[in-house]
Design a protein around this ligand. Structure first.
Ligand SMILES: Nc1ccn([C@@H]2O[C@H](COP(=O)(O)OP(=O)(O)OP(=O)(O)O)[C@@H](O)[C@H]2O)c(=O)n1
Ligand SMILES: Nc1nc2c(ncn2[C@@H]2O[C@H](COP(=O)(O)OP(=O)(O)O)[C@@H](O)[C@H]2O)c(=O)[nH]1
Length: 251
């Protein structure tokens, strides 16, 4: 069962109207903790979509890539090991990322959450199964050329993970994070040489994960080249599972 989750009851499935005299049950939609995953290749907009979902629906956005990058600075053994993989655009071994993510999920037993970047392999998906029953998996299908263009124009604020794109969502001042005023950087693994390898590896590892979630009937795929066009569909899907705290239009 999910940490803090309500087990088998699925949100949005409470369709029978009770007789007038019966006590009114707390709707599953309000009481069940949502466990969702966003899948997609590097540059597909997972972080962008997750941020929007997190803000509109009051979910915790948990980015495995961001947790990994934060672990690098800690001086620990796991961080040192992970650094060698990240620099080369390779996936860190399943047991390393799984241990990290399980610890983070354990801290958030009582919150709705949305995973970004985890699980990336079948091994990771099985580890997640061991602690949690997922409600929803969103898959973003974006053409390869679009991914390459986006990643080469991506700038990030390392401390927060906030992402910018010189065309799509540029910072107010070039090269500077809007909230902190700190410098933005380009990730080493967003260099064109690393990107092609990352995309290939993503495809190989993600295929069985998607098949697993498809076979369970929880996979929802969205295709396109623009996040703003995909977003209304994602918003509608989420709204069927959890009440929004902000309206859709406010990006
Ligand atoms: N489950 C995961 C998640 C991330 N990573 C490592 O962390 C890096 C950065 O992860 P993330 O921020 O999720 O980036 P990507 O998905 O690679 O790229 P993007 O943010 O562009 O999606 C990955 O390239 C990979 O080296 C990993 O090994 N295993
Ligand atoms: N041009 C363009 N850039 C986008 C769009 N959606 C997201 N981006 C940018 O593309 C880059 C990758 O998006 P991100 O959310 O980091 O994707 P992730 O790698 O899947 O987490 C970032 O620089 C985003 O600002 C879009 O519709 N058009």
């Amino acid at each position: 069962m999910c940490p803090g989750g309500a087990g088998g009851a699925r949100p949005g499935r409470l369709t029978r109207v009770p007789p007038r005299s019966a006590p009114v049950p707390v709707p599953a939609m309000a009481s069940k903790l949502l466990r969702a995953v966003v899948l997609g290749p590097p540059g597909s907009g997972k972080g962008t979509v997750c941020e929007r979902i997190a803000r509109r629906f009051g979910l915790q956005h948990l980015s495995s890539g961001q947790f990994l990058r934060e672990s690098l600075g800690g001086g620990g053994e796991a961080g040192a090991l992970a650094q060698q993989y990240l620099e080369r655009g390779l996936l860190v071994p399943d047991h390393v990322i799984t241990r990290l993510m399980m610890a983070e999920l354990e801290k958030r037993r009582e919150q709705h959450w949305l995973l970004d970047g985890f699980p990336r392999t079948l091994g990771q998906a099985k580890a997640l199964d061991g602690i949690c029953q997922l409600d929803l998996v969103i898959s973003l299908n974006i053409p390869f050329e679009t991914l390459k263009d986006r990643l080469s124009a991506r700038w990030v604020h390392p401390a927060s993970g906030r992402v910018y794109n010189m065309d799509f969502n540029p910072p107010h001042t070039q090269g500077v994070d809007d909230l902190t005023g700190e410098p933005l950087v380009q990730r080493e693994d967003d260099r064109p040489e690393a990107v092609a390898a990352r995309l290939r590896k993503y495809k190989d590892a993600a295929k069985p994960v998607m098949e697993l979630y498809k076979s369970r009937g929880i996979l929802h795929s969205f295709s396109g080249t623009e996040t703003n066009k995909i977003w209304p569909y994602v918003y509608t899907l989420l709204s069927s599972r959890i009440p929004p705290v902000l309206p859709e239009e406010e990006h």
